[in-house]
Design a protein around this ligand. Structure first.
Ligand SMILES: C[S@@+](CC[C@H](N)C(=O)[O-])C[C@H]1O[C@@H](n2cnc3c(N)ncnc32)[C@H](O)[C@@H]1O
Length: 298
């Protein structure tokens, strides 16, 4: 499988998406027999994996059901979206809240897609009872169904060879070997309630990375970083990784939602293998060594 030359438009809008830096990051991927992504979210790296076979997983069940539908039945997904979108245009905002209520009872993946496409800033947000609770983005009608249909068909082609699983990342990591390459994009250390109701345990996560190191399985991780003048304090212990550099991933959707100052996020990228520093790519295409991307070799 060849990497797509152009970036696909997002099919599932996902907060914390690495879409802006997908090409840049994938230029440093290693090619192995299988590509593994245990925190797949909106899957912005999937089309750039460079090989056919992949495993993608996430803790959110409705997300994985939706990915499987997009992969196998893109036309059905397009039709289901169109039904809901037409109702929203004809009947108004109440339709959004009706669909949200249904979704919180049935976890229907098509309702889920519709909500992600029409909620405020596309922000996936659950309350402490696990209910999707973001409001409708007023004055934004959601993507036109014809445009989404084309995007769904493109993605379906690029997902052939990827198997999706709804499971904890530790389960996905437990069955790998050194012919695999792993891309990890977990929630920020110590955060909770953004995607799940449970806290993400960093110590446990570091242990998992060490287990991968022991098995000589190469991985890339996007992790801590800074947003505006805030630093996320979960720097990876030095002995776990080989390389670290920074990429600018864009503005924080969370501060945007809270209407505080718009923070620009610089995210740290770690690998447990040496990377080729001649290949640093800025703004998706230029092959340059830029001061915005600081390479730290150890
Ligand atoms: C930062 S997002 C990934 C974004 C993705 N790389 C993209 O470009 O759209 C982190 C993802 O990790 C998932 N997640 C959180 N805790 C998890 C766990 N324990 N096991 C598996 N997935 C988890 C969340 O549901 C979320 O989709």
């Amino acid at each position: 499988m060849k990497k797509p030359i152009k970036q696909l438009k997002p099919v599932i809008k996902w907060s914390g998406s690495k879409r802006n830096v997908a090409i840049e990051l994938s230029n440093h991927f290693l090619t192995r027999d299988r590509y593994i992504e245990p925190f797949v979210g909106g899957g912005s790296l999937l089309p750039f994996r460079g090989i056919k076979e992949g495993i993608a997983s996430d803790i959110i069940p409705e997300l994985i059901t939706l990915w499987n539908e997009i992969k196998s039945n893109p036309k059905d997904v397009a039709n289901e979206y169109e039904l809901r979108w037409n109702r929203l245009q004809n009947e108004g905002h109440d339709v959004y809240y009706e669909i949200r209520e249904n979704f919180n009872i049935n976890k229907n993946p098509f309702d889920f897609l519709f909500l992600t496409r029409t909620c405020v800033n596309g922000l996936i947000r659950y309350n402490s009872s696990g209910e999707f609770n973001n409001s409708m983005h007023k004055n934004r009608p959601g993507i036109n169904p014809n445009s989404l249909k084309k995007i769904l068909e493109d993605w379906s082609i690029h997902l052939k060879g990827v198997n999706f699983y709804n499971q904890d990342y530790r389960e996905t990591l437990s069955n790998l070997n050194k012919k695999d390459f792993v891309f990890l994009d977990p929630p920020y250390g110590g955060t909770k309630g953004r995607y799940t109701t449970t806290k993400f345990d960093v110590e446990d996560f570091y242990n998992q990375l060490e287990l991968l190191n022991n098995k000589e399985i190469p991985w890339m991780l996007t992790y801590d970083g800074s947003a505006g003048d805030r630093e996320y304090k979960f720097e990876l212990p030095k002995e776990i990784y080989k390389n670290k550099f920074y990429v600018e991933t864009g503005n924080s959707p969370f501060t945007k939602l809270m209407k505080t100052s718009i923070d620009s996020i610089n995210e740290a990228v770690y690998t447990n293998y040496k990377i080729n520093n001649n290949l640093l790519v800025i703004n998706n295409n230029l092959l340059v060594n830029d001061i915005n991307t600081q390479l730290e070799l150890i």
